[in-house]
Design a protein around this ligand. Structure first.
Ligand code: SF4
Ligand code: SF4
Length: 711
């Protein structure tokens, strides 16, 4: 990550206006969105949208031709091109042919994509944005920071300064007054404009119609007052039939701004008459700009299912902290990273792809059913494929790929780290490592790893067996979590085996795009974990569980390596996370926790991988309550804690504030204990509380349950 990029992050994180506005908005958004979707089967709705958009993506040529035929039959002129330069030239030519001096525009990301405004302005044409947010940023000389709310990063005081300058009169920051000024200024622009340029939310092939959804009514004026209207539409906006617009109309406003419907929905089918009775000159440009190429890419085709609602930005813990400008000049957030890789170039995502912490929040709310985190991983993989693995990472991976060497180094680090260790924590590190303990203590490496302690555990000889996959953190930092798991499973009549050859699950390599390294780790672990006859492979780390259940398979598939796929599938079928297994054992009456206890309040933090990839959230809560804890839910209990594996080490300027927010939410519950199922989250949150001096105890669910087993 370049210094300039890091600096832009630091600036954004320290911009209180930006983080304040985005933070407040995203907190309210979640609640309002849920209300807007009340009574609607979101899963069914988004499946329908994904289906119809996927169909359109598979038939772009056919639908483009149908659209052109139907729109032209109604009097529109349709121009299709792959090349953004040709789009700009076409628009300029229409303007020149008609003596256009002034243009008004309604909000259009496609025009941002091709940098239309500076191009037209350079040719002597005045361009006026008419969406309030777009107008504000135009006056400020900025680019949109959000796909739907382009000026969300600005305060009313900043806006009043801009407007004051524009009308040469000192204005207060009274919002109704500012809106009135905007209305007066923009009205004149509408009336004077020779040409209107809009985007299009949907393009219907069956009728040749374009659909526009706005809240301010400006798109209606842009498309109806000037005598020429040009609509610039990315071809991914095509749908086959008029009926296909219904699910999009239902989802887009709910997902974008938690509204049931936008204030204005316009369906434009052919030119309309001007006020003098002549017909409007309607041009529709279908812009490809690598969308067809994207549709032919089996991984990235799904990104064309995007309806540009921006809900993925609204729920993204990173976006709400750094805003849109850090991502570049056009598309922002996770989906913006993907669109930048295609509509601009892969190289431009070198830095911004690293912003994604892989929490999965975006995937959960996306009405287009796009697996944004997975596509960002694919971008990482392709970047590594194109540019290779950086030298330092290469050295680290060569160690991680050699289990004996890797574990030997961890053991040595336990001794070498002693001077910096105080109790169970490393609170300060020297020199260039100092940043690693800034705002969060690190766990001391255990003097005796789990793999050694396991040998000393006396287990009964039991018929049913489970293999325990510890993962690096439980093995080398939190062996007591592993011991708790063994005690619980023994109590339920399951003997635990610990295959010694198990090693890192490969997540650090995979999350950095080094799939070859991750595949190597996968093979080692498959060999180790399938070596014993066991009923289950259980893990108390959700990231590891996801690796064993899903990512080994994905990695082999992405690399086209079929050799280990059957074994990877066999391992996936046997793998289960700790809480799901224990809940099952309790339900089957094989495990009983002490009855009738009053253990006081506990709050529960949902780990991203457990909640969103493994769909586990109720099980640990039920188990804790059964054990006698009173559950006090925290605000945003399923929001990322900022750990994200090596993310917290690479981007402490982002991870730190996210952690602080989490600590506050935990403290606000008044619970003296916070439980979680992930040793990574324990590391982050326990380390955070250690530095801020709070007495809140941070425990893995396994530890809390092991203390409450029936004698
Ligand atoms: S990726 Fe999904 S959530 Fe994000 S803008 Fe597109 S449709 Fe909306
Ligand atoms: S996975 Fe999380 S961090 Fe990444 S883009 Fe989605 S919401 Fe943002």
């Amino acid at each position: 990550m370049g210094n300039e990029f890091k600096e832009s992050i630091r600036k954004a994180v320290n911009n209180a206006n930006l983080t304040g506005a985005l933070g407040k908005f995203s907190e309210a958004y979640k609640v309002n969105r849920a209300k807007a979707y009340e009574g609607i089967d979101f899963e069914a709705l988004r499946s329908r949208i994904a289906e119809l958009k996927s169909y359109a993506a598979s038939h772009l040529d056919l639908l483009s031709a149908q659209f052109a035929q139907n729109a032209e039959a109604r009097g529109a002129k349709v121009f299709r091109t792959d090349d953004p330069a040709k789009v700009r030239e076409y628009i300029l030519q229409v303007a020149r042919d008609n003596g256009v001096k002034t243009v008004v525009k309604s909000k259009s990301m496609a025009t941002e994509e091709i940098h239309l405004n500076p191009y037209l302005e350079k040719a002597g044409i005045s361009v006026g944005e008419t969406d309030l947010g777009e107008w504000i940023i135009q006056l400020a000389g900025q680019t949109p920071s959000h796909m739907v709310m382009p000026a969300i990063h600005m305060t009313k005081e900043e806006v009043s300064d801009l407007f004051s300058k524009e009308i040469n009169e000192r204005l207060s920051s009274d919002i109704p007054r500012l809106v009135k000024v905007a209305r007066e200024q923009l009205r004149t622009k509408f009336l004077e404009a020779d040409m209107g340029i809009s985007g299009g939310n949907i393009a219907v092939a069956e009728t040749g119609s374009i659909v526009l959804m706005t809240n301010e009514g400006n798109a209606r004026l842009v498309t109806s007052l000037p005598r020429i209207h040009i609509a610039l539409v990315g071809i991914e906006k095509l749908v086959a039939n008029l009926a296909d617009i219904a699910p999009i109309l239902k989802a887009l406003p709910r997902s974008a701004t938690a509204q049931l419907l936008t204030s204005y929905v316009s369906i434009i089918t052919g030119p309309t008459p001007n006020s003098d009775g002549s017909m409007k000159d309607l041009h529709i440009i279908l812009m490809d700009n690598r969308r067809t190429e994207m549709a032919n890419d089996p991984k990235f085709k799904q990104a064309l299912q995007c309806i540009r609602c921006a809900s993925c930005l609204n729920v993204c813990p990173i976006f709400r902290l750094v805003g849109g400008h850090v991502f570049g000049k056009v598309y922002t957030g996770g989906i913006g990273t993907i669109l930048t890789a295609w509509f601009d170039e892969l190289k431009k995502t070198e830095d911004i792809q690293g912003l994604c912490i892989q929490c999965g929040n975006c995937k959960e709310v996306c009405p287009g059913k796009i697996d944004i985190p997975e596509l960002i991983m694919e971008i990482r993989r392709r970047l590594v494929q194109e540019q290779g693995v950086p030298l330092l990472q290469k050295a680290i991976y060569s160690v991680v790929n050699n289990r004996k060497l890797f574990h030997g180094i961890l053991r040595a680090a336990s001794v070498a780290g002693k001077p910096f260790t105080s109790g169970k924590f490393v609170r300060h590190l020297p020199m260039f490592l100092a940043d690693l303990t800034d705002g969060r203590s690190l766990p001391a490496i255990a003097s005796e790893p789990f793999r050694d302690r396991f040998k000393q555990i006396r287990q009964p000889e039991l018929k049913e067996k489970a293999a325990f996959y510890a993962g690096c953190l439980i093995d080398f930092a939190y062996p007591e979590m592993g011991e708790s798991l063994v005690r619980i499973l023994n109590k339920a009549g399951i003997q635990v085996v610990f295959p010694e050859e198990q090693t890192c699950c490969g997540a650090p390599a995979r999350y950095n795009g080094a799939y070859e390294v991750a595949a190597h780790n996968a093979v080692d672990n498959i060999r180790a974990l399938l070596s014993d006859e066991v009923a289950y492979v259980v893990s108390a780390c959700p990231t590891c569980t996801v690796a064993l259940q899903h990512e080994f398979i994905n990695t082999f598939e992405s690399l086209g390596q079929a050799e280990w796929l059957p074994q990877a599938r066999e391992l996936a079928a046997k793998t289960i996370d700790f809480s799901t297994l224990v809940k099952r054992l309790v339900d089957e009456g094989r495990l009983t926790l002490k009855e009738g206890q009053r253990l006081g309040k506990v709050t529960y933090h949902d780990s991203c991988h457990l909640k969103r990839t493994l769909n586990v959230s109720g099980q640990p809560r039920e188990l804790l309550q059964k054990a006698g804890y009173e559950l006090a839910e925290m605000f945003e209990c399923d929001m990322c804690c900022g750990m994200g594996g090596s993310y917290s080490l690479k981007l402490p300027e982002i991870s730190g504030p996210i952690l602080q927010r989490k600590l506050k939410n935990i403290r606000d519950t008044g619970a003296p204990v916070v439980a979680m199922d992930c040793p990574g989250c324990v590391m982050q949150i326990r380390g955070g509380f250690d530095q801020d001096g709070s007495a809140v105890k941070v425990r893995h669910t396994a530890e809390l349950l092991a203390e409450q087993l029936e004698d």
